[in-house]
Design a protein around this ligand. Sequence first.
Ligand code: AKG
Length: 321
Amino acid sequence: MSSQHAPILKKPVKIACIQLASGADKAANLSHARDKVLEAAAQGANIVVLPECFNSPYGCDYFPSYAEQLQPLPPPPDRSPSYAALSAAAREAGVYLVGGSIPELAVGPAAGEGKWSEDEQEEKKTYYNTSLVFDPEGKLLATHRKVHLFDIDIPGKIKFKESDVLSAGNKITIVDLPEYGKIAVAICYDIRFPELATVAARRGAFAFICPGAFNTTTGPLHWRLQGQARAMDNQIYVALCSPARDMSATYHAWGHSLIVDPMAQVLVEAEEGETIVSAQLDGEKIEETRKGIPLRDQRRFDVYPDVSAGEGVKLEDGLQK
Ligand SMILES: O=C(O)CCC(=O)C(=O)O
């Protein structure tokens, strides 16, 4: 067996997606998320996923007022209560925690644009949609800033323009969970760009994990399909974690958190209310799928380029300090 075909998931792992009901009260959202993470852990989950923007309502109007400054890392609890809550929940529950996403505020040099005077720093505010990943000791393993901003306009249905407020991240995020192997983390609209999952899978990820908040227009058509497509193309597991739907909110999340196996079978799928869905992931299933349909040995990089290769791929290499 060549190293390319070595097992990519070292042992079976149970993953849980928490389809969280959040409201306008950030402290209440954080405390509720903690309870649900503990509940998922009590059900045997080793990796727990929260939804996109789990500490706030979702929408451009909310990003600045809910944003927290993460850098320099680690932030003290008064600067980032969400970081503190996620780290504590991961530790308390003893799980790897993909902390959905939160609006992040980067100020001055932390925004990555060089060095400014204090006055100038005040003016240089950059917002990101950022996911934080913690280990079972509560240590931050990685951050992912949403790479593809959700800017769409479907006349009469939905118009959304994250780029009015947010800046885009510029790294593909692959996180090593030492006991299990590598996962890829992306956020919502990122899933529509198949390169991210393909790069991650070809670089050894066993799962593509995507906190997301599709809506009642695109959700019914594309949410499950995107999950199955990324799983099928790459012969890996995919987990999509949505907020619960709240018809009193300005944005109506689709819900339907789901977990897909490497054959693109949906193992479990929620409806729209608050719930936890979970599934056992098994490296044997990945290997069996790849043996049966041996895409990995049949690619024609003499005919088209390998998107996962070369200097052009920008990976999260540690943390954005
Ligand atoms: O791609 C879609 O249809 C929805 C994406 C989205 O809601 C998001 O990126 O937050």
